[in-house]
Ligand binder design. Structure first.
Ligand code: ZN
Length: 183
């Protein structure tokens, strides 16, 4: 049996035993996770997320890039259309990990990676691609610095260790940026 037949069968089981029609388009934990597409680091698995708790966005490395920024700019519209405002109770979790495939991209296809990240080759050299602990701090700083991103939510930076299964909170949760009221 091919894998597609396998997942069709699994869906039948899910539809019968695991499906809930009560899930909402707004994540119940008001959380968005940005992570890597590596199958070892599925946020649902490693963070123990329940169905519907969080919206996840996965790309190579979980790095900030123009496509991701565009998505984040659109998300408040999605929330508003569903009758909710994204506000201070929302979380943006940046989840990077050790032994990431982005290192192979960096070594073997740096031009493509730079294009994907929306930077020049020279800027790519400063993006700490080989060190997820530095990279996650750098990306949280980049999220904070991007004035196009709506600022009323909490951001944190986490690294998952593929050898231990444990996460390390590198950047503790804090508001993306001070609002003019609280500055
Ligand atoms: Zn990765």
């Amino acid at each position: 049996m091919g894998f597609i037949e396998t997942i069709i069968e699994r869906n039948e089981t899910f539809a019968r035993d695991g499906f809930s029609a009560s899930l909402k388009i707004i994540p119940s934990a008001k959380t968005i996770v940005v992570g890597c597409l590596d199958p070892r680091v599925d946020p649902l698995d490693v963070l123990g997320l329940e169905p519907g708790e969080a919206a996840t966005f996965r790309n190579i490395g979980g790095r900030i890039n123009p496509a991701l920024v565009e998505t984040m700019i659109l998300l408040p519209t999605v929330a508003m259309a569903a009758g909710q405002m994204m506000g201070p109770s929302w979380n943006l979790v940046i989840l990077h990990h050790t032994d990431c495939g982005i290192i192979g991209c960096y070594r073997h296809a740096p031009d493509l990676l730079a294009k994907h990240l929306g930077v020049t080759r020279k800027q790519l050299e400063c993006m700490e691609v080989t060190d997820p602990y530095k990279a996650v701090a750098m990306d949280v700083a980049a999220w904070r610095a991007n004035q196009d991103i709506p600022g009323e939510f909490t951001i944190s930076g986490i690294v998952y260790d593929v050898n231990s299964g444990r996460i390390k909170v590198v950047i503790p949760p804090a508001m993306l940026r001070q609002t003019s009221d609280s500055a």
